[in-house]
Design a protein around this ligand. Structure first.
Ligand SMILES: C[S@@+](CC[C@H](N)C(=O)[O-])C[C@H]1O[C@@H](n2cnc3c(N)ncnc32)[C@H](O)[C@@H]1O
Length: 373
């Protein structure tokens, strides 16, 4: 049995009856569960609660939406100006989630949730459209195969399942580990492609403390049980950084392992990250001051911030560092006077002279311990 067929079979069974060994205890917000049908709550195979990061008005994409629980919770949080899309490759799970769509639309006051069939590592490919094509054009020769490939390429370009830069928040609950290792980098690139510049991700998943050895990875039951496909805790973060995300962090990290196999600890964690809001970095004289407690910190783009110093930043980074993505670690200091803006050409680690960030007449002197910009 391949990993893919084992994942399909395991979650088809999970759609039909509750599979206790696939459950990992999660504390959801009870007030948001109140609206959900009991079957959706019972057929929960998540390991965290990424819906906590949903904001009103968001377009939310849930990868591996299963019974639809996170989608229906998110639908309450996005309100009537937002939208929620769940993607899953399993027909039985999609049928379960869609079974309650009309009931939930009535309770919510609008039909703001859609479930789509696709593989999360290829969010351009529309599997429902592919099924229709295959029904009309069965593949029985190499020529048919070439026609299919041409159709797929056209479909991806003209009608992708999920468009580029179209989602405010990508969430996922216990699914990335199920994707074959050879597809994991593509999966995270796909997440990057569909998130809007400045958009966010919040992914709950199972991670391991050590890399999982090949003999465990080849066990289809351990794989489909959300264990042996888990990324090692450092590799998981690095995969998002490599794809171009910034502010990548563990927001939740369960100290108690969910399972221990051959001494390797598997635990639930939630990471959050941001897609940078474009590459235009304009210098308008902004500064940020890092509060501490560390003597210096680096961001995912290699900029250094010294504790207690007015660090020169471009307007884009100023917005990012003071937006809440970094908690309250940075104090934003606006330029003393509105400046027209020039292309950013300061080296990382340059300071802003105090005079540039306060009103009045002051000597344009660089503070001790650094070069100024
Ligand atoms: C562990 S369950 C989690 C379901 C749901 N997120 C929850 O919180 O209950 C994994 C789900 O991801 C789906 N899935 C697994 N691999 C997938 C893939 N490569 N593409 C799309 N869906 C996938 C499965 O069909 C299943 O519904």
């Amino acid at each position: 049995m391949t990993i893919e067929t084992s994942v399909l079979e395991r979650y088809s069974a999970g759609a039909q009856s509750v599979q206790a060994d696939l459950c990992c205890p999660v504390d959801y917000d009870r007030s948001l569960l109140a609206l959900l049908p009991q079957e959706i709550i019972d057929k929960d195979y998540g390991c965290g609660d990424p819906s906590r990061y949903v904001k009103a008005g968001d377009v939310v994409l849930d990868l591996g939406s299963g019974s639809g629980k996170i989608c229906y919770i998110a639908a309450q949080l996005v309100g009537d100006t937002g939208r929620v899309i769940g993607v899953d490759m399993n027909d039985d799970m999609l049928a379960l989630a869609r079974q309650y769509q009309a009931e939930m639309a009535e309770k919510l006051g609008s039909d703001r949730v859609t479930f789509l069939k696709g593989q999360i590592q290829d969010l351009a490919a529309d599997w429902a459209a592919l099924n229709t094509y295959l029904a009309q054009h069965p593949v029985s020769s190499t020529e048919d195969l070439l026609s299919l490939r041409a159709w797929q390429s056209q479909q991806r370009q003209t009608a992708p399942l999920i468009k580029d830069n179209s989602v405010d928040l990508v969430v996922s609950n216990c699914v990335l580990n199920l994707v074959h290792d050879s597809d994991k980098a593509q999966l995270i690139r796909e997440i990057f492609r569909v998130v809007k510049p400045g958009g966010r991700v919040a992914i709950s998943d199972i991670i391991s403390d050590e890399r999982v050895p090949a003999h465990l990875q080849q066990d289809p039951h351990l794989w489909s049980g959300c264990i042996s496909g888990a990324l090692q805790e450092h590799d998981f973060l690095q995969a998002f950084i490599k794809a171009g995300f910034i502010a990548v962090s563990y927001d939740k990290w369960e100290s108690q392992p969910w399972q221990v196999v051959e001494g390797i600890e598997f635990r639930a964690a939630t990471i959050t990250a941001i897609k940078p809001a474009g590459n235009v970095c304009t210098d308008k004289g902004h500064a940020v001051l890092y509060r501490g407690p560390y003597s210096e910190v680096y961001d995912d783009e290699g900029h250094v911030y010294y504790r207690g110093q007015r660090m020169a930043v471009c307007e884009r980074n100023y917005q990012l560092l003071t937006s809440g993505a970094y908690g309250s670690d940075f104090i934003g200091i606006s330029p003393a006077q509105e400046q027209p803006g020039k292309p950013w050409d300061c080296a990382t680690g340059t300071l802003r002279p105090v005079s540039a960030t306060k009103n009045g007449v002051h000597e344009d002197k660089c503070p001790p311990g650094g070069s100024c910009c």
